[in-house]
Design a protein around this ligand. Structure first.
Ligand SMILES: *Cc1c(COP(=O)(O)O)cnc(C)c1O
Length: 374
């Protein structure tokens, strides 16, 4: 078919026109149970009344004014997020890849202040941090790199977790890590590794950057994924769930690290605009409470049991699960036919990241629909 779009996304067959809670509807009126939430974005579900109300209200006041002015809601959201993370200062942007770009710059700026040779940035095998050139450089997937070389210098992804630890030395500026590798197959990294990584980085004056773009905002059953593995990042990056579909990204850092960014060091035209901040405030308010997070953990257990009927090698946390099937693409297509939306994360791997507001009724519906796959 003739298209006026670039072909970077491949073929798309279905057209979604409306959503409500954990359900989506396409242009033929077909209903789908949404187990992907726009790729771990719509954590509060579709058409959430408070989200809709705050967007409408803020749109009638002020959408955007630029960072040449004070935006009081930035202070409010920054205060909330940094206190949840045990950090001190925030920078707002518009996506996960942008948050990681800003974090790469912050890591370099901080590390090279005292030692201009302290420029090395590390990442973990199977990591995913985004598609812009900096974030792509710490995303070691050959298919994503093809044709884009040369990427960022002084960036390395060792082959194994042991090699990552061994690669850290006095020229290491920092290392990026996910708590559960989402795009990598929904694989939680071992707690012992994460703790060893923190210790080794800190013993060489290097920074631990935790990418919570997918795991953050309640996805794993705590507000941040790192809370469950007892580590203390110097920098946290966020996006996906933070705006429930309105683009919002954030970088959080401890004060001495954040101080490396002086006026002029970094910026974003849209980042932290009043619309984004108004939505993020509501999202954080809804998610960052014990009752909501307990619901995520309980539903996570139910979802785990439900999915074990349909796939093997389940792994994940909270409402973030991956499972293996013989042909992931075929499974996702068959599931969509019976009214359930999943995404693939590998040839044999399927990911379930439903809206966090999902209930027992939807999980029963999930099972009965998937049983219709012949
Ligand atoms: C999705 C994702 C990103 C990239 O976010 P975008 O908003 O698509 O740029 C970065 N890191 C992780 C862990 C992600 O899951």
């Amino acid at each position: 078919m003739k298209t006026s779009l670039m072909r970077n996304y491949g073929e798309r067959t279905r057209t979604m026109v409306r959503g409500e809670g954990a359900y989506l509807y396409d242009d033929t009126g077909k209903q789908y149970l949404d187990m992907m939430a726009g790729i771990a974005v719509c954590n509060l579900g579709h058409a959430h009344p408070r989200v809709t109300a705050v967007i409408t209200e803020q749109a009638s006041q002020l959408l955007h004014c630029s960072n040449l002015f004070q935006i009081p809601l930035q202070q409010v959201v920054a205060q909330r997020l940094t206190s949840l993370a045990g950090l001190d200062a925030a920078f707002f942007c518009n996506s996960g890849t942008e948050a990681n770009e800003a974090a790469i710059k912050l890591v370099r700026k901080f590390a090279t202040k005292e030692n201009p040779r302290k420029t090395k940035v590390l990442s973990i095998p199977h990591a995913f941090h985004g598609r812009t050139l900096g974030a792509l450089s710490i995303t070691p997937k050959p298919a994503y790199h093809a044709g884009f070389a040369p990427l960022l210098p002084d960036v390395a992804t060792p082959q194994t977790l042991e090699d990552v630890l061994a690669a850290i030395n006095d020229e290491t500026a920092g290392c990026f890590v996910e708590i559960v590798q989402g795009e990598g197959g929904v694989l939680p990294l071992p707690k012992e590794f994460l703790q060893a990584l923190e210790a080794r980085l800190h013993s060489h004056g290097a920074l631990l950057v935790v990418d919570e773009v997918q795991t953050g905002v309640g996805r794993t059953g705590t507000f941040f994924g790192f809370e469950q593995v007892n580590i203390h990042p110097d920098i946290v990056t966020m996006a996906k769930g933070l705006g429930n579909g309105v683009p919002v990204g954030a970088v959080l850092a401890s004060q001495h690290v954040a101080d490396a960014f002086q006026p002029g060091a970094h910026g974003s035209t849209f980042g932290g605009n009043p619309l984004a901040m108004a939505v993020a405030q509501v999202v954080v308010d809804e998610v960052a409470n014990d009752e909501f997070l307990a619901h995520v953990r309980v539903m996570g257990e139910s979802l785990y049991s439900a999915l074990s009927e349909f796939g093997t090698e389940l792994s994940g946390r909270g409402l973030m699960w991956g499972f293996s099937v013989s042909d992931a693409k075929q499974f996702v297509a068959d599931a969509a036919d019976v009214g359930v939306l999943f995404t693939t994360v590998g040839e044999n791997r399927v990911r379930a990241v439903p809206p966090l507001i999902i209930g027992e009724r939807e999980i029963e519906e999930l099972v009965s629909r998937l049983r219709q796959i012949s």
